[in-house]
Design a protein around this ligand. Structure first.
Ligand code: 3UK
Length: 537
């Protein structure tokens, strides 16, 4: 493979080949040429094929065709190369809410052969500086409205030499003066396209390296087999483009299928429903807690355009699936993905849904459950989820590569069981299993039971130390408005859990709280609850 990158920083910091997972491209649609630039596949080829006039992006302030998106991406690519001195292989920090400018910026960096490093809008200066230094980021394109933390980080970022803010008169004028033509760099399929930092709830951020081919492969797996989108589809959703769940669902998937994406900067449950109604969106990407909130508001809107709803980021409680289907008539498509795998690898269609299961390995992927010795578990036995396929984990210069990849398998850190038919049932994060008086208890199962109680809005269940039992199950519960916390409510919830699942799993401690700690990607931060639970009441 002949790299198109003059700057080989990222390539030089890939794990040694022996530590890579095993990759497989058996499906005909996954046999890719040796040279490909994902932006050429997603954008240039579409325009060349005659789709230039079709709408690619929709936003509150207007629409943008494939040809217009290509022209804007080209102007930004020219800005990067001619005005900011970008060399192929340089890392470019991208920062902004989901909107057309941000979409064009991602594509521009791909086109110019730069390496995209998206950053979640809520990151603070310290976290930004860690990312900039780890990836030795040289360039940044940032929304003016998100400049504060980046400016605070700058003194600690010696490699970051070129930075431009859009929605800033000078930069906007400079962009407008650039040529709308740009020759997309002829990258190798295995040239690095992006480094995605994991949302990881604890510890130092890990950079996961993905190639141009990986960006195309993610489009040819989950959406192709579970969504079957067509050109008329309109995608919408909440995850930021800096989260690979959002990058796929809200930018790459729609473009890959000639569809369009409605980009909205910030969502509450109400504004999400308004946006679905207004854009007549057909495919929604979001997280379990959002679906729970949407269910309660559904009847106030005309959401008849919506066909498919995808949930990922954390386990979808069955109670939420049922609640949402009763409200909307739509069977949620649950899928487990990971930043290391770039996108979803186990999922299902509405027709093949199985209660309580995440689904089956997608065509192209293989998945299994391994015991502590790395041997496959028998059906029904809980072990570690292991997966391999066209995408996989390559950390940027990180010792933890050896923990994630063993014997060619990607180990996601999730405890799962597989049934006789290959359906995978989520239990917990491996390090979140609660062992109480010798019993293994999965927090999410207890959460699922609590969520089925009509007074419960949200909840999080963890193990807290206990002298007698080693650990006990503790639930943090957010009640629906109008519900009164207290002894009586706690007892009612405990009784309810004992009726729903094996009684030994009931939460011996219950704390009523106003909100739960979550990451920007919607994940419950159980370690914060554990710390909270350890403090004296
Ligand atoms: C958990 C799930 C049960 C699981 C992601 C879709 O979440 C994504 O990436 P992250 O790196 O986290 C990965 C971890 O999140 N998880 C995600 N989805 C599910 N657990 N059921 C699910 N449906 O612990 C996994 O190991 O933040 C999701 C697409 C792209 C992504 N990056």
């Amino acid at each position: 493979m002949k790299t198109a990158h003059a700057d080989t920083f990222a390539r030089d910091r890939l794990p040694p080949r022996g530590q890579w997972p095993e990759f497989g491209f058996e499906l005909p649609e996954l046999r890719y040429p040796e040279r490909m630039n994902c932006a050429a596949v997603l954008l240039d080829e579409r325009v060349r094929a005659g789709d230039g006039e079709r709408i690619a992006l929709r936003a509150p302030d207007g629409e943008c065709s494939y040809a217009q998106l290509q022209a804007q991406a080209n102007r930004l690519a020219n800005l990067l190369v001619r005005e900011m001195g970008l060399e192929p292989g340089n890392r470019v920090l991208l920062r902004g809410p989901n909107n057309p400018m941000m979409a064009a910026a991602w594509l521009a960096v791909f086109k110019a052969g730069g390496i995209c490093v998206g950053t979640m809008p809520l990151l603070r200066a310290k976290e930004l500086a860690e990312i900039v230094n780890k990836a030795q980021i040289t360039h940044a394109l940032c929304d003016r409205r998100l400049d504060a933390e980046l400016e605070l980080a700058r003194p600690a970022c010696p490699t970051l030499k070129q930075l431009r803010y859009w929605y800033d008169d000078e930069t906007d004028a400079l962009v407008a003066r650039q040529s709308p033509a740009f020759a997309t760099l002829d990258t190798a399929a295995e040239d690095v396209a992006l480094i995605a930092f994991t949302s990881g709830t604890t510890g130092k951020p890990k950079g996961t390296v993905h190639f141009h081919r990986d960006v195309v492969a993610m489009c040819d797996c989950f959406p192709r087999s579970c969504l079957k989108p067509g050109p008329e589809d309109i995608f919408i959703g909440s995850p930021p483009l800096a989260f690979t769940f959002g990058l796929g669902g809200l930018l790459c998937f729609p473009l890959r299928f000639g569809a369009s994406t409605a980009l909205v900067e910030r969502f509450t449950p109400e504004t999400m429903l308004e946006a679905i109604q207004r854009f007549r969106a057909t495919i929604l990407f979001s997280a379990p807690t959002m679906y729970r909130a949407l269910a309660g508001l559904w009847k106030n809107y005309d959401l008849s355009s919506l066909r498919k709803c995808v949930s990922a980021g954390e386990a979808l409680p069955d109670a939420t699936r049922q609640l949402f289907r009763e409200a909307s008539g739509i069977e949620i498509i649950d899928g487990i993905g990971a930043t290391e795998m770039i996108h979803i690898f186990i999922s299902h269609t509405p027709e093949t849904v199985r209660r309580g299961a995440t689904g089956r390995a997608l065509p192209g992927y293989r998945a299994t459950v391994l015991d502590e010795h790395g041997k496959p578990c028998a059906p029904g036995v809980v072990g570690r989820l292991a997966v391999k396929g066209p995408t996989g984990c390559r950390y940027l210069a990180d010792e933890r590569q050896r923990d994630y990849v063993r014997n060619g398998w990607n180990l996601t850190g999730d405890a799962y069981l597989m049934d006789e038919e290959g359906y995978f049932f989520y239990q917990a994060r491996t390090d979140d299993m609660i062992i109480s008086a010798g019993y293994n208890i999965a927090g999410p199962e207890v959460e699922g039971a609590l969520l089925a109680h009509p007074a419960v809005a949200e909840c999080g269940v963890v193990g807290v130390p206990d002298e007698e039992r080693g650990m006990v199950v503790k639930a943090f519960v957010v009640l629906k408005s109008g519900q009164a916390p207290g002894e009586a409510m706690a007892r009612a919830l405990q009784e309810h859990v004992k009726q729903a699942i094996a009684p030994y799993k009931y939460p011996r401690q219950i704390a009523f709280v106003a909100a739960l700690p979550r990451t920007e990607t919607g994940k419950l931060q159980r370690f914060k609850l554990r710390n909270e639970g350890t403090k004296a009441p």
